[in-house]
Structure formats: C-alpha cells, structure tokens
Design a protein around this ligand. Structure first.
Ligand code: KG4
Ligand code: ZN
Length: 338
C-alpha cells in the first residue's frame, strides 16, 4: 500500500507544497518564490514575507494536489516545516496544515527544515545513503553533520560568522547584482579568471571543522573600494574586473567548502557527502567537490537543483520517514524560529 504525503514549506521566502509517494516519488512540487518582492530591499523582509505566504499558501497547496492528480481525501499525512525559520512565515504554513488536517483526521507531522534539506540529497536515489557526512550550505546555514539516518543528524561544525549563501548575497550587492546573489555571482564568474584576484580562503586550525566567510567578504570590499575605509564603494559599472572578482570569490568559497568536507569525511570515516541547501546549486561546487571526492574514493551526492533550494518535496519526503518511525504530532504542534 502506498502512502501519500502532502508537504508544506513556508519558513523563509518560498511558499511551497508538494505531494510525495512513499517518501521518494515526487508526484508534484510547486514553489512560489518571493525573490522579486524582496529584491528591492536586497534581502528578505520578514513582515512582507509573512503577508505573501498568507496570500499564496492555499493556491500553492491546491496547485500541488491538482498536479499530483489527487485531493485531500487521498492524502495520508500532512508534513509541515515547523523550525527553524521566520516565525511569522512558519506560522502561516503550520496554521494551513492544521486547518486542513484537523477536520479530515489526517495525521500531522512537524519537520525540521535543515534535516529536510539533507534528506533531499538522498531522496532521488534508488537507495538512501547513510551514514554520510552532510554539508548544509544555504543563505542562513553553513554546517557539517554526521547523518546516521534521515532523522539523526549530529552537528560537527558550523560557520563562525556568515553563511556561504549570505556571503554570495553580500558580494552580489557589492558587484551591483540582484537578489538572490548566488546565481548572479555564479553567472558573472563564468566569464572571469578564478585565480586573477588574491583572496583569503579560511581554513580551520582545530581538529573540529569550521567555516568563516566574513573575512573573504571584507577582502572583496577592500579590493573593489581600495584600503580607504571612508571612501564609498564605487558604482558597479566602474569596477573594471567584476567578472574576475566574482570568479575568484566563488573559487575561494568552493575551496573552503571542499577542503573542509574532504578533511572531515576522512577524519570521521564517512564514505559519502550529502550536499544540501541553495548553494548546492552552484556549478563550480558541484564539479569540484564531485571530482575531488572521487579522487579520494568518496562519493559526493547533490540533489537536482530544484531540490537544493527551498521546496516542499523534501518536507513531504522526510515527513514520510517520521511517520514510518511511528511519530505523529497533534494540534498542539508549534513553530520555533530556532
Ligand atoms: O536553501 P535556500 O533556498 O534558502 C535558505 O534556507 O537559505 O538558499 C538560498 C541561498 C541564497 O543565499 C542564494 O544566494 C544561494 O542559496 N544560492 C547560490 C546559488 N543558487 C542559490 N549560491 C551560489 N551559487 C548558486 N548557483
Ligand atoms: Zn532552506
């Protein structure tokens, strides 16, 4: 007998719903991005995000059910992101999930957004891949975990300051590119020389893994503006080597991520690396980590780009695993920002 899970995600600036069969088979995945609404402000505005989720949540859920050729009468479980995220945004998805589940008696499960990102890396494969090292690289997180199973993640190390995606977004702003910055920096970098600008790439001095991207971001600022802190950054069109800066920055981020992944995978004796979160879309990271991992006898596993960034297929998928493990949450289920 197959189990249909409706997934709902609204933790940040994407309103998403998906229908997944047996935790793996994605029947539909609908994502409404608010990126264009927040672009004017150069980042996500929580109040605006909450309002947009409210307007989009039911149409997005309807679209996901329709695309999957099903309706709520056939849904066996509703899985919803409850943490971490923007509290006002999380509450929109959670309230919708409760309102749909309660009158129909559909089991409800709360899902941790980061655990779901990691699950996304393995849900498209024929077999789940555990134990693994998991690298989560998004706008809000850059961390390494030991993943024993879909529901057992142990934090090994994290960033000391900015997340990798946040650094991409800030450098994009400096270079006059839009929000979100990652895809724009990456596109500009294609035409640049990744070794043209000397930039620092952080390495952990301790046994435990760690990352740091704020020094790199500041080095980019000094490079484009010069050393005089009182001088404003020049307008983007006056930066002569924009593509080289983008490529060198991207290379420094990729080098830091790849080095720390390989070192930690070997140290922890883990045979594969699951990569998750928006920055996992990055082409240079996908190519270099895959190549260098395989040279070391390790495997790097990336989700398809659509399942790297925020989506609800990963929420429905992990929701199935939670339900299969015997857990279901009641109407007292609550959201938490952390
Ligand atoms: O996982 P995600 O969609 O949302 C969070 O939970 O943060 O990640 C969004 C982040 C943004 O910072 C965006 O700039 C970055 O992922 N990103 C990329 C690329 N695509 C998205 N960074 C580098 N290269 C990309 N191709
Ligand atoms: Zn995310």
């Amino acid at each position: 007998m197959s189990v249909l899970v409706l997934g709902i995600e609204s933790s940040c600036d994407e309103t998403a719903a998906a229908v997944v069969r047996d935790g793996r088979e994605i029947l539909s995945s609908v994502v409404h991005s608010q990126a264009s609404i927040h672009a004017t402000y150069g980042g996500v505005v929580p109040e605006i995000a909450g309002r947009s989720h409210l307007a989009q949540i039911l149409p997005v859920i309807d679209a996901a059910l329709e695309k999957a050729g099903t309706n709520l009468d056939h849904v066996d479980c509703i899985a919803v992101t409850t943490r971490p995220g923007l509290i006002g945004s999380l509450l929109v998805g959670l309230s919708a999930a409760k309102a749909l589940a309660w009158p129909r008696g559909i089991p409800l499960v709360g899902v941790h957004h980061i655990e779901a990102h990691v699950y996304a890396a393995t849900m498209e494969r024929a077999e789940l891949a555990y134990p693994s090292l998991a690298l989560v690289v998004s706008g809000g997180h850059t961390a390494l975990y030991r993943a024993r199973s879909p529901l057992e993640l142990e934090l090994l190390g994290t960033t000391r300051d900015d997340a990798a995606g946040e650094a991409f977004d800030k450098v994009a702003f400096l270079l006059g590119l839009g929000y979100p910055g990652g895809p724009a920096v990456s596109k500009l970098a294609e035409g640049g020389n990744p070794r043209a600008v000397r930039l620092p790439s952080y390495r952990s001095r301790e046994e435990a893994p760690s990352f740091s991207f704020s020094g790199l971001k500041t080095a980019v600022l000094y490079h484009v503006r010069g050393q005089d802190a009182r001088k404003p950054a020049p307008p983007p069109e006056e930066i002569p080597d924009r593509a080289d800066v983008a490529a060198s920055f991207e290379q420094a981020v990729v080098d830091a991520l790849v080095e720390e992944c390989l070192r930690t995978a070997k140290r922890e004796g883990l045979p594969r690396i699951l990569v998750a979160g928006g920055v996992a879309c990055n082409r240079r990271l996908r190519l270099e980590l895959s190549r260098r991992a395989s040279a070391e006898g390790l495997e790097a596993i990336f989700p398809s780009p659509a399942y790297c960034t925020d989506n609800a297929a990963m929420i429905a998928g992990l929701g199935f695993q939670i339900l299969s493990a015997g857990r279901a949450d009641g109407l007292t289920l609550d959201a938490a920002p952390r």
